[in-house]
Design a protein around this ligand. Structure first.
Ligand SMILES: NC(=O)c1ccc[n+]([C@@H]2O[C@H](COP(=O)([O-])OP(=O)(O)OC[C@H]3O[C@@H](n4cnc5c(N)ncnc54)[C@H](OP(=O)(O)O)[C@@H]3O)[C@@H](O)[C@H]2O)c1
Length: 341
C-alpha cells in the first residue's frame, strides 16, 4: 500500500473561477489508520458543496491545508484496510459519503473511516451508486427531523435536482402527499418519480396552488423559506438545507460565536415571521453514516428508490463536470467516472 499513488482533483486556492483554483495532482497514498479502508474509486458523485468549497464557503467549518483533494460521494472497491476493520473484506463493492476531514472522493484512490462506508446496493452499477450517499443521507436525516409519515403533506422545492429526485421518492415511500416545483422541460419526468402534484414554476406561482402543508422542504435557498411561509400551515414545519442556518445547527458544526451572532442577525426577520405563525424551522446538516447508508441500500434493493443520473463525465473532464453542476440545472446527479464497471 505504501507504494500506491493516487491521482485526484485538488483545490489549490480559493476563488470563484473553478478552473483557475483546482488541478489534477498525484500524491503518495497514506497508510490507512486502524479503522480506515482504502478504496479504489470507480465513480464520484458531485454535489453543490464541492464548488461551494472552492468558493471558500466551507472555511467557516474547517480550513484544511492546501492543496487538498475534493469530493464527498463515491463508489468503489475496498483494496486495503486497517487492522481493526472487521466489516469489510478486500474486493467488497462499497459506497460512501466521506467525512469532511477525509475529503477526496474525486480521485483514483482514497482512504475513509469504515463507519462511513457501506456495501453498495447490489442492483446498482458504480455510476448509479456514487450519486446516492450525500443526497440520500441528507433527505433521510431531514425527514427524520420533520417526522414525515403516512399522510404528511409536503412541498419539496426543486424536484428535479439531486436532492429533489431522492426526496420525492423517499417521501412517497413514507406515505406522504407530495407537491413539488420544477421548470417546464422537467415536469413530465418528475411526475414519473411519484410526486402527486408537480408545479411548473416557470408558468405557475406555487403560492396560489398550495395551502396549509405540514412541511416545506427548501432545497433552493435564497428567499425560498420566507416565501414558503405563505403555504405552510400554522404550527407546520420548514426544513431547509440551502437557506438560513439556525444557531443550533451552526453550533453543532463548530462555527464560532461571532459568525453565529452574524447569522442570527441576518435571519432575525425570517425567524420572527416563523414564530408569528408558530412554524418550526431548522436547517438540517446531514451526518451520513454506515447505518443510514445500509437503510438506503435496502430501499434501493427493494426498488423504492431509483437513482436519477443526469450526466457522466470521464475523470479528465471532472472540472467541466463541476462547471456543469454549478449552472444549477442538473436533472438528478452528475457523476465522474474514474474506472469502468
Ligand atoms: N445541508 C446539507 O447537508 C445539504 C446536503 C445536500 C445539499 N445541500 C444543498 O441543497 C441544495 C440543492 O442540492 P442539490 O444536490 O439538489 O443541487 P442540484 O442537483 O444542483 O439542484 C439543481 C436543481 O435545482 C432546481 N432548481 C433551481 N432553482 C429552482 C427553483 N427556483 N425552483 C425549483 N427548482 C429549482 C433545478 O431545476 P430547474 O432546472 O427545473 O430549475 C435543478 O434541477 C444546494 O444548495 C446544496 O448545497 C445541503
Amino acid at each position: 500500500m505504501s507504494q500506491l499513488k493516487m491521482k485526484g482533483l485538488f483545490l489549490t486556492k480559493y476563488g470563484l473561477l473553478i478552473h483557475k483554483n483546482i488541478a489534477f495532482l498525484e500524491k503518495k497514498l497514506n497508510e490507512p489508520c486502524e479503522n480506515d479502508v482504502v478504496i479504489e474509486v470507480n465513480a464520484a458523485g458531485l454535489n453543490p458543496v464541492d464548488y461551494k468549497i472552492i468558493y471558500g464557503m466551507g472555511t467557516i467549518i474547517m480550513r484544511p491545508r492546501r492543496p487538498f483533494s475534493l469530493g464527498f460521494d463515491l463508489s468503489g472497491v475496498v483494496i486495503g484496510k486497517g487492522k481493526n476493520v472487521q466489516d469489510f473484506s478486500i474486493g467488497d463493492a462499497v459506497y460512501s459519503k466521506v467525512p469532511w476531514n477525509q475529503m477526496g472522493a474525486i480521485a483514483t484512490h482514497t482512504i475513509v473511516r469504515s463507519d462511513m462506508v457501506a456495501l453498495k446496493p447490489t442492483n446498482l452499477n458504480f455510476i448509479e451508486a456514487a450519486g446516492i450517499p450525500l443526497v440520500g443521507c441528507t433527505v433521510v436525516d431531514s425527514f427524520k427531523v420533520a417526522d414525515v409519515k403516512k399522510g404528511t403533506s409536503i412541498f419539496i422545492h426543486g424536484g428535479s435536482g439531486g436532492i429533489g429526485t431522492f426526496a420525492i421518492q423517499y417521501a412517497k415511500y413514507l406515505g406522504a402527499y407530495v407537491y413539488t416545483t420544477t421548470s417546464t422541460s422537467n415536469v413530465e419526468w418528475v411526475k414519473k418519480l411519484g410526486a402527486d402534484h408537480v408545479i411548473d414554476y416557470k408558468k405557475e406561482d406555487y403560492r396560489k396552488i398550495i395551502q396549509n402543508v405540514d412541511l416545506v422542504y427548501d432545497t433552493v435557498g435564497g428567499g425560498t423559506a420566507r416565501k414558503a411561509l405563505k403555504v405552510v400551515k400554522n404550527g407546520g414545519k420548514i426544513i431547509s438545507i440551502a437557506g438560513h442556518h439556525d444557531d443550533e445547527t451552526l453550533k453543532k458544526i463548530g462555527v464560532n460565536a461571532l459568525i453565529r451572532f452574524l447569522f442570527r442577525i441576518k435571519g432575525s426577520i425570517l425567524l420572527f415571521r416563523m414564530q408569528q405563525k408558530n412554524v418550526f424551522y431548522k436547517h438540517v446538516w446531514s451526518y451520513p453514516n454506515q447505518n443510514t447508508l445500509n437503510d438506503i441500500r435496502e430501499l434501493i434493493e427493494m426498488g423504492k428508490i431509483i437513482p436519477v443520473v443526469d450526466r457522466v463525465f470521464p475523470f479528465e473532464e471532472a472540472i467541466n463536470a463541476l462547471k456543469y453542476l454549478r449552472k444549477g440545472r442538473a436533472k438528478g446527479k452528475v457523476i465522474v467516472r474514474l474506472k469502468d464497471d
